[in-house]
Ligand binder design. Structure first.
Ligand code: XIL
Length: 347
């Protein structure tokens, strides 16, 4: 039958999914991916540390195959991500003796070269790139990043310019979490307006959807989509996953946080599976979120889930490691959850 996600939603927006290397090697997963989605992203393999394995040496073999799968099956392929504070090669920022001006020029050129290499390689294959990922903190300040430290605040606009030089036809996005929250949203809106005033090419914003049963407040999500679309940008909901677990306090989140056993249990209540009641809450929550996305169907061009099966969701390890979360559309046995038909019925 025709009741799958992407055919239901294709008149409104793309429905995307992020895959891992384990996913692409699994026929059952790939079957479901072909059935329900029409956009794909790799959750890890395109990051800098994964492609430029030693200085000047790029290994494109896996990503070339991945792009081939996407293109052959008419998926919209999204590149993730060119410039980030994380997943940089370990050799990239080794101490070099140079003054600030030299460092700026040196790392601008390093960044330009990487962007040019990636964007040129996948020209005509990637529809859009997450050019800069997560440049701000919740409080609206620039997030400390080697790029900020070595180049300065204009590393963002430089990255977009370099990407545009390498492929003037590809879409360029700024991608971040917490864009529904006031301080950060203000900072990102200002940054984008500054880029636009200077004529820097930027085509869209990715609102990361690492959500929960209660976060974010739907009205704030509604307003955030409206605000970014008023800037004349395509709005994408990226990295969507809905955690069903309690969100730990800040002191419970570090590597060496000391959490007593009772609290560990409390933070990980569904290690034996998701009870019906919680499954229903998850379904209702996804339906509520998609109601907002549908309300903004003219602004939203894509909604991408951050993974296929709960078995491999990064949410099992974030914001605390080693939990059993249930944030995605498929359970640990690759059975579709009731969320899937609920979303199909909605549109
Ligand atoms: C995560 C992936 O899901 C993991 O597999 C990987 O180990 C680390 O990165 N924000 C982002 C994504 O922009 O790139 C991150 O993805 C999740 C948070």
């Amino acid at each position: 039958d025709s009741s799958n996600l992407y055919t239901t939603y294709e008149k409104y927006f793309y429905v995307g999914v992020a895959l891992s290397k384990t996913d692409t090697a699994d026929d059952i997963v790939m079957q479901s991916v072909l059935e329900n989605f029409n956009s794909m992203t790799h959750e890890f393999a395109m990051k800098w540390s994964q492609v430029e394995t030693s200085p000047g040496v790029y290994d494109f073999s896996y990503m070339d195959d991945f792009a081939g799968i996407a293109n052959k099956n008419n998926f919209r392929l999204i590149g993730h991500t060119l410039v980030w504070h994380k997943a940089n090669p370990s050799w990239l920022f080794t101490d070099r003796v140079m003054n600030d001006d030299m460092a700026r020029d040196f790392y601008l050129e390093v960044m330009r070269k990487h962007i040019a290499t990636m964007v040129a390689r996948y020209r005509g294959k990637v529809h859009g790139w997450d050019v800069v990922n997560e440049a701000f903190y919740y409080d609206g300040n620039f997030r400390p990043s080697p790029w900020l430290n070595l180049i300065g605040k204009d590393y963002i606009e430089k990255a977009f310019e370099f990407a545009h030089q390498a492929d003037p036809d590809v879409e360029l996005y700024y991608n971040d979490y917490g864009l529904v929250d006031k301080s950060k949203q203000d900072a990102v809106v200002e940054m984008i307006q500054r880029l636009q005033e200077k004529g820097v090419p930027i085509h869209g914003v990715g609102i990361q959807g690492h959500y929960s049963l209660t976060y974010p407040d739907l009205e704030r999500l509604d307003n955030a989509i409206a605000r970014f679309s008023e800037l004349g940008l395509k709005v994408m909901i990226t990295e969507l996953d809905v955690s069903v677990l309690p969100f730990p306090g800040p002191e419970e989140r570090g590597e060496d946080a000391e959490i007593n056993p009772a609290r560990v249990q409390e933070l990980n209540p569904y290690s034996e599976g998701l009870p019906d009641e919680a499954m229903q809450q998850l379904t209702d929550r996804y339906v509520d979120l998609f109601c907002i996305f549908l309300k903004h169907r003219d602004a939203v061009s894509r909604v991408t889930f951050w993974g296929v099966t709960d078995a491999r969701s990064w949410r099992n390890d974030w914001p605390v490691k080693g939990r059993t979360d249930h944030p995605l559309l498929y359970d640990r046995n690759m059975q579709p959850k009731p969320v899937v038909p609920a979303l199909v019925d909605l549109a």
